[in-house]
Design a protein around this ligand. Structure first.
Ligand SMILES: N[C@@H](CCC(=O)N[C@@H](CS)C(=O)NCC(=O)O)C(=O)O
Length: 123
């Protein structure tokens, strides 16, 4: 089972690599707006998870750069995710609200919808 998952993961990463989307051209002003909006966010992921690939491709196409934490390879990140968000499921976007409050947004579709709505990106 582990070996099948590994092979599937490699295939997903390879396909993602050869069909990687080009970033849409945007103005410097829009780039600054995106960067300032996402600067303190973190996305918990597994590198070869197809749902994470979907979110990463959306981000790349739309010039969104968010720090990622691989919760498969790093047990500390997995613990952070479980303690903060309540479960080990990726992708999960951590959105800090203020000093004591954060939103842990699960579901690839919801993450893409959130980013596109907040950044006025058409889907
Ligand atoms: N409906 C979810 C599915 C996410 C999902 O199934 N993620 C898998 C990895 S591909 C996961 O977190 N599994 C937990 C585990 O393997 O422990 C989405 O679209 O984000």
């Amino acid at each position: 089972m582990k070996i099948i998952r590994f092979i599937l993961g490699r295939i997903i990463l390879f396909l993602d690599w050869i069909t990687s989307p080009r970033p849409n051209p945007i103005s410097e002003e829009k780039r600054n707006e995106i960067n300032s909006f996402t600067s303190n966010m973190v996305m918990y992921e597994f590198k070869a998870c197809p749902f994470c690939v979907r979110v990463r491709r959306f981000m790349k196409k739309n010039n969104i750069s968010i720090k990622t934490k691989d919760a498969r390879r790093n047990k500390e990140y997995a613990t952070e995710l479980i303690n903060g968000g309540g479960k080990l499921q990726v992708p999960c976007l951590l959105i800090p609200k203020d000093e004591n409050n954060s939103q842990w947004l699960y579901e690839s579709k919801d993450i893409i919808n959130f980013l596109s709505k907040e950044l006025s990106i058409e889907l």
